[in-house]
Write a protein that binds this ligand. Structure first.
Ligand SMILES: N[C@@H](CCC(=O)N[C@@H](CS)C(=O)NCC(=O)O)C(=O)O
Length: 376
């Protein structure tokens, strides 16, 4: 038991006043949750629509110590987004985001399966991270300025570069956003999606009405039943979700991309060490792909002649000690979960129903945006 940060299981009633994603609106959320509190930090949140409000959240402290004492990583996911986090027929959470939860567990606990997945809709996801109910949120969440600052989070390097798209029925005759003038659009509440839709349609002079739901299943049903002309969200979400429509082949995603949606893990403000750990876990998966290290050859790679590989896998040096981790943390990630390419392909690659081209999610050497700083 870490004496410095002995954990207390307490009931905390939190009245959180949050700036809705993208700013401009405020949402009042009252939550009663059981949380493990290491230290309480008071922060001022400057809401876009009013004076600064005080929120209390379980920030700071020793998240690594808490995770290791617990022996389990509490990881927030969507839980209802195919390819990213969705339970399989045995109830096991699968997908790209779920595997990044496993990567953090492998790095910090040496066991990729030591994860408690906490499902959340778009509006719940931030309160459960602020309250300490989860240690990290890995839930197709877009890195924005307001989330990175006033909401009190730190985003690690992006794991999936996405953009907002629009799904329409093939027989609707709609081929451009302008064709949607006067129409209706189905959208998820509490997302960047709502705000981007308003910005793009206003700037292009397109009039429209929204039909808004908290749960994606309700958005999908409404669109499927013809209550909306279009359904807008991250393109990855449209690709995955459209598989659940009654007639998936009768719909198309328009060419237009309405926004940039850099998706990736985030942690609370106030614990730089934990921020570094999640950040270098992601970097480990990217650099491993870059150096040709994967789960099938990682044991052989322990005998590599390449000093970069030896540093990455912790065979030489003691870089991981500065993170408070074992020197083999990245070895464990690659051995148990795989490098970026393996994680991507398992969820979205050519052998899946989605077959999403890597595009911006290629390594920098292949014209993409994935680039890990050195393990030095
Ligand atoms: N990336 C956007 C949108 C994220 C989002 O919540 N998308 C919906 C539609 S794909 C979703 O994840 N739904 C699954 C769920 O509600 O669990 C954001 O961060 O605001």
């Amino acid at each position: 038991m870490n004496k410095r940060f002995a954990l207390l299981a307490v009931f905390v009633v939190l009245a959180l006043v949050l700036v809705a994603c993208g700013g401009g609106e405020t949402t009042t959320v009252t939550e009663t949750v059981e949380v493990e509190v290491t230290r309480i930090v008071e922060v001022e949140v400057a809401g876009a629509a009013g004076p600064a409000e005080a929120i209390t959240f379980a920030g700071g402290g020793d998240t690594l110590g808490a995770v290791q004492d617990r022996g389990i990583l509490n990881c927030g996911v969507s839980g209802s987004l195919l390819a990213f986090s969705f339970p399989d027929e045995d109830g096991v959470m699968q997908g790209f985001d779920a595997d990044y939860c496993r990567a953090v567990a492998a790095a910090t606990l040496g066991d990729a399966e030591a994860v408690e997945f906490r499902s959340s809709n778009a509006s719940e996801r931030f309160p459960i991270l602020q309250s300490g109910e989860i240690d990290v949120l890995i839930r197709n969440t877009t890195w924005t300025l307001s989330r990175d600052t006033s909401l009190g989070f730190n985003f690690v390097p992006t794991t999936f570069y996405d953009g907002q798209g629009m799904l329409v029925r093939k027989d609707s005759g709609i081929t451009t956003l302008e064709d949607m003038d006067g129409g209706t659009v189905c959208v998820n509440a509490g997302t960047t999606t709502e705000k981007n839709l308003a910005d793009v349609f206003r700037s292009r002079g397109i009039s429209y009405e929204t039909v808004v739901f908290a749960e994606t299943a309700d958005v999908r049903t409404a669109y499927d039943e013809g209550r909306c002309d279009g359904w807008t969200t991250d393109k990855s979400g449209l690709i995955a979700n459209s598989a659940l429509l009654t007639d998936p082949e009768n719909h198309i995603i328009l060419e237009a991309t309405l926004s940039k949606e850099p998706l990736g893990p985030l942690v609370r403000h106030g614990d730089d060490n934990w921020f570094d750990i999640v950040k270098w876990t992601v970097n480990c998966t990217i650099l491993a792909e870059d150096l040709g290290v994967d789960s099938s050859n990682v044991d052989d790679m322990l005998g590599s002649d390449d000093p970069q590989v030896l540093n990455l896998l912790g065979v030489e040096g003691d870089l991981a000690q500065a993170l408070g981790l074992n020197n083999d943390f990245c070895y464990q990630v690659i051995k148990q979960v795989g490098n970026y390419e393996e994680i991507y392909n398992r969820a979205l690659g050519p052998d899946t129903a989605y077959d999403v081209p890597r595009g911006l999610n290629s390594l920098w050497t292949d014209g993409g945006l994935l680039y890990s700083p050195p393990f030095r």
